[in-house]
Design a protein around this ligand. Structure first.
Ligand code: C2O
Ligand code: CU
Length: 500
């Protein structure tokens, strides 16, 4: 009897020892192998934080509340990074490391998402997916290599329909190490819209939206919600003029942080697109006077001032109420530019994010074989008690079907807008190649991280699954995203300890 007990104790001990060494190997990584939990690699394991051989550019960003003046006599309660709207502009040189120490002085949690930047998943700033949200009073450090030059932006990704609306965003420019072009000057314009009167929290059930949507206005909901359009946080006469000497040229980096398509009207012959979504565009097809920027999108322009008199970059965005945001262009800071008339003639050639091709493509030719093919149907829905929702494949996030990929896969997504509102669809952590619109192949494809899909339109995009993690793919009208229009690119063999 005694022997039997001793025997079982020994077996038990062996089992425990055996199990814990098994666990030890898997949790600590044997011989440089990744840590596996239940056979999966954590997104934390994919992050290499050894930047000892790199230059580091460091910023402190504090999320804080301020009373922000949009224009004389018109101020709003804003949430900001470092006290201004937009937040402090960030700049880093290609190949250097951007380090940002975030401090949260708000009484709600926040995060920072680096829109358009290809980076490790744990730096992506998505709460409950790539990190825990940063609680009031707490800090978080973001640190990653800025690999690709271009115009980017950053914004909170916590309750983004509210937080981006309230001003938690700013620009991020990754400068080329060897500047190809010399501009006399450079200017960043962040476009946005505000709801200065009325309660934007109760905006999902507006009859006006439904009516507008029925009549075919893809932005009926936005128009119902917002009344004041801003450039760099300022509206009306408080919008800063751009100074471009006569016959000189300037680089203008435009970021649309709002939810309304912006259509900017330039004098003929004064503007050329040089990049969309941080990817350099080619020269063919590149002549227009109206430049469209979708929500979340960025466009870089070369603007030449052919005039000695002041003029306006006129905003053609149609609005129901309130004033539009036009931007004065003057040759010298002392020039008087009061009482300029905007050019509201909506005529001429338009360039949007699916017009001009890019030099550097992901795929020379459209791949004829893909590993994953996903059809993404965008539509509007109704939820009992909640009103309007926004769906991908008839579901609201988190019930939308994920795009399941394996490292190295070639992925095709066909995005179809079956609804009556615009959906600018943005993918985190990857760039994709836009190869066709409404079944027609582009001769010169685009490389982007956001494609604006208007009602009735279908786009085919391709990307390489080459950045392991859990990545969002969502509508960048964040009101739509928060009401369901979101899914995940989910890598096999990878898990997030933060996922809820
Ligand atoms: Cu600017 Cu999830 O995006
Ligand atoms: Cu949308």
């Amino acid at each position: 009897m005694k022997k039997k007990i001793i025997g079982s104790v020994i077996i038990l001990l062996l089992l425990v020892l055996g199990y814990s060494s098994y666990e030890w190997i898997y949790n600590n990584g044997a011989d440089g192998e990744p840590e596996l939990v239940n056979g999966e690699e954590s997104i934390e394991e994919l992050y290499n934080d050894d930047f000892s051989d790199k230059n580091i550019t460091e910023y402190d960003l504090t999320a804080e509340e301020v009373e922000w003046s949009l224009e004389k006599g018109e101020s709003v309660n804003a949430w900001t990074f470092n006290g201004t709207v937009p937040g402090e502009p960030l700049r880093v040189t290609e190949g250097d490391v951007l380090k940002v120490n975030l401090k949260n002085n708000l009484d709600v949690p926040v995060t920072i998402h680096w829109h358009g930047v290809i980076l490790p998943n744990v730096m992506d700033g998505v709460p409950d997916l790539t990190q825990e949200a940063v609680q009031p009073g707490e800090t978080f450090t973001y640190q990653f290599e800025a690999k690709d030059p271009g115009t980017y932006w950053y914004h909170s990704h916590e309750h983004s329909s509210l937080q981006v609306d309230k001003g938690l965003y700013g620009s991020l420019v990754v400068e080329e190490r060897d500047q190809k072009n010399d501009y006399n000057n450079e200017q960043i314009l962040i476009l946005d819209e505000w709801a200065t009167d009325g309660d934007r929290e109760s905006l999902t059930n507006m009859p006006g939206t439904m009516m507008g949507a029925m009549s075919g206005d893809g932005e009926a909901d936005t128009k119902e919600m917002y009344d004041t359009y801003t450039v760099n946080g300022k509206s009306g006469n408080s919008i800063e003029p751009i100074i471009i000497g006569e016959s000189e040229k300037t680089r203008i980096r435009i970021i649309n942080a709002g939810y309304q398509v912006q259509k900017l009207n330039f004098p003929k012959g004064s503007v050329k697109v040089i990049a969309y979504d941080a990817a350099d565009t080619i020269d063919s097809n590149n002549e227009a006077n109206i430049i469209e920027v979708a929500p979340g999108e960025r466009v870089d322009l070369e603007v030449r001032n052919n005039q000695s008199e002041p003029w306006l970059i006129s905003n053609l965005t149609s609005i129901n109420k309130g004033v539009n945001a036009n931007i004065p262009v003057i040759t010298d800071k002392d020039v008087d530019y009061a009482n300029l008339e905007p050019n509201q003639a909506d005529e001429g050639k338009v360039i949007d994010g699916a017009t001009i091709g890019n030099q550097d493509l992901i795929f020379e030719d459209t791949p004829d074989e893909v590993d994953v093919s996903y059809e993404m149907d965008l539509s509007m829905g109704m939820q009992m008690g909640e009103g309007m929702t926004f769906q991908i494949n008839d579901n609201e996030y988190p019930n939308t079907p994920p795009i399941k990929v394996e490292d190295g896969d070639i992925v095709k997504v066909e995005i179809k807008n079956n609804g009556r509102l615009n959906h600018p669809m943005h993918l985190h952590g990857h760039r994709f190649q836009v190869v066709s619109k409404n079944g027609r192949k582009f001769e010169e494809p685009m490389v982007k991280d956001l494609i604006h899909v208007k009602p009735g339109e279908t786009f085919e995009i391709y990307f390489k699954a080459d950045n392991k993690g859990e990545w969002l793919f969502h509508c960048h009208d964040n009101n739509h995203a928060d009401l369901g229009m979101m899914t995940i690119v989910d890598y096999k063999g990878v898990f997030s300890p933060y996922a809820k």
